[in-house]
Design a protein around this ligand. Structure first.
Ligand SMILES: [Zn+2]
Length: 433
């Protein structure tokens, strides 16, 4: 099993410059290869293979005007070209799929309006040129050569020299101690810049824990019953989640910290758009240093918001799985129906509901707890838990459910969680028999 870990890097200034250079080289190689392939396509030739492209790029590296590329590890540009070939492969695979739309209707109408003809580049899924403007800074590291200590990571040829006193430059500090196991098997290490910080993501091969040997050994600790009851989870907008054992995970967006940040963000957004208007010259904008500063601040606030929300979901999902329920039952979120409503759409995004479900699913898989997704049409909030009556015309504003059949009064979301738990129990019975 491979577990992917993401850690922030704390490079010094010299290292930062180098990281940008590496990312620039990866971008350059990717775009160079894409340009080549599009040329091939235009002139009716077959696309070049990964191997051919890399050979041509090696010649380019050694040419006089591209000397700067020699300072950068060969692995970085090699992988960038490989990435492009993979992107093309995915593109061709998608194009072969029946019913796959080659040009989106939005693109078609746009191009007819401006009187241009569509090219292969405009097809859905065609690899796009990477650009600095879009904040595209990322590159690959060799998975065998990469090394870790509990505080640092060794990146390849950052120092650009083999001299011993320069080698220290290769070791970049990690923001978290002991996060990445030393001497493990690493896969696909990638380094990215999000506009503010540098990050390293890496896959780590983890072995499953050994099963205890029964019969030969005594069990020292009295073993806890591994599995308790199942848990039904109702996801919501008012609170993030209501569990069938009557606990609830609150809405992080209602906390003071988030509200304050959002207020700050609104003010900055206004400031930025005002500054853009002020610096408008005909069709183009002139970015003043103050504007760049405000934009950076805005980016930082957005990251902070995303981090707080993500962290909240992580804590909630970990806590749920740590209780070792015998199963977890969630409702299937009705994507299309919810996307239509703009208000709901924003709330769901803020609440990270999809992220919640994703985390529950993979964390449950690690803990070997089955996850049951209730059918989309299962009336989890409309069904009375006491008598089974289904109240068809239940309004979203009715927070308290009053059963017209048996008179039972219960919190709407709590009842939904209870129904989901019952749904899960029924599913388990069916699969067991
Ligand atoms: Zn009832």
């Amino acid at each position: 099993m491979i577990r992917s870990i993401r850690v922030q890097l704390l490079p010094n200034n010299k290292q930062k410059t180098k990281l940008f250079q590496f990312a620039g080289a990866a971008r350059y190689a990717y775009n160079w290869a894409l340009d080549k392939q599009m040329d091939n396509f235009r002139e009716g030739r077959k696309l070049q293979t990964d191997h051919e492209l890399r050979k041509a790029f090696t010649l380019l590296r050694h040419s006089e005007e591209n000397k700067w590329l020699l300072d950068i590890s060969n692995n970085v540009t090699k992988q960038a070209i490989k990435d492009l070939c993979i992107a093309y492969k995915n593109f061709f695979r998608k194009q072969k799929q029946p019913g796959y739309i080659k040009y989106s209707s939005k693109k078609v109408t746009h191009y007819t309006r401006i009187g241009k003809s569509l090219t292969i580049y405009d097809m859905n899924g065609h690899p796009k040129f990477r650009s600095k403007k879009n904040g595209d800074f990322r590159f690959y590291q060799d998975n065998v050569k990469i090394q870790f200590t509990d505080t640092h990571v060794k990146l390849e040829s950052l120092a650009g020299s083999k001299r011993k006193n320069r080698q220290r430059l290769n070791w970049v500090r990690l923001a978290e101690k002991n996060r990445i196991p030393v001497r493990a098997k690493y896969t696909n290490p990638r380094i990215t810049f999000d506009g503010e910080n540098w990050w390293l993501s890496v896959g780590i091969q983890i072995s499953r824990a050994l099963k205890p040997l029964r019969g030969l050994f005594f069990v020292c600790k009295k073993q806890q019953p591994a599995h308790t009851e199942g848990i039904g989870i109702d996801l919501g907008i008012k609170d993030l989640a209501i569990l069938s054992d009557a606990t609830k995970v609150g809405n992080i967006n209602k906390t003071r910290a988030i509200r304050k940040l959002k207020k700050k963000r609104r003010r900055l957004q206004r400031q930025v758009s005002r500054k853009y208007q002020m610096n408008k010259k005909g069709d183009s904008y002139c970015k003043t240093s103050n504007l760049i500063k405000s934009e950076k601040q805005l980016l930082r606030i957005n990251h902070r918001l995303a981090n707080i929300r993500q962290n909240h979901v992580h804590q909630a999902t970990t806590a749920i799985i740590k209780r070792k329920p015998s199963f977890v039952c969630l409702e299937d979120l009705n994507v299309r129906g919810m996307m239509k409503n703009r208000y709901l759409f924003i709330k769901i995004q803020e609440q990270n509901l999809y992220e919640f479900r994703r985390q529950i699913e993979y964390k449950a898989q690690w803990a070997k707890i089955p996850v049951i997704i209730a059918d989309r049409w299962f009336p989890s909030s409309k069904t009375c838990i006491a008598c089974g009556h289904v109240k068809k015309d239940l309004n979203l504003s009715e927070r308290i459910y009053v059963c017209p059949a048996c008179g039972n009064v219960i919190d709407r979301d709590f009842q939904a969680a209870l129904n989901l738990k019952r749904y899960g129990e029924a599913e388990r019975m069916i699969s067991a028999s």
